[in-house]
Design a protein around this ligand. Sequence first.
Ligand SMILES: [Zn+2]
Length: 128
Amino acid sequence: MSDKVYQAVPSTPGTETYWDAAKEGKLMVQFCKDCKKPHHYPRGVCPHCMSTNLEWKQAKGTGEIYTYSIMHAAKPAYVIAYVTLDEGLSMMTNIVDCDAAKVKVGQKVKVVFKPTDNGGKLPCFTVV
Ligand SMILES: [Zn+2]
């Protein structure tokens, strides 16, 4: 597997908490204090109820593959997936450090952090 990664969360104002935590090996998700739902990617307004009353919580870092796509055109091929975290939200990510043949819908995965070009760490997932 390649370490090529897809950066689904932009490094923009409001996402510093996400990226700072990732550097320390923590996966953070935003929860809405009004409707109680989590969402991803991080933003200033809840996409469910438009509330700005948000908080960060550390995710367990485990979940399962909701859907995925193997990028065969790339050499070597790599896997982009939507992973549904145990907290109930889905995030676009890369499945890394495993044989692509083991990647399937419903497969349990856990977060791993990959170095980025700018000195940060990017949350990716690998099969468990
Ligand atoms: Zn909300």
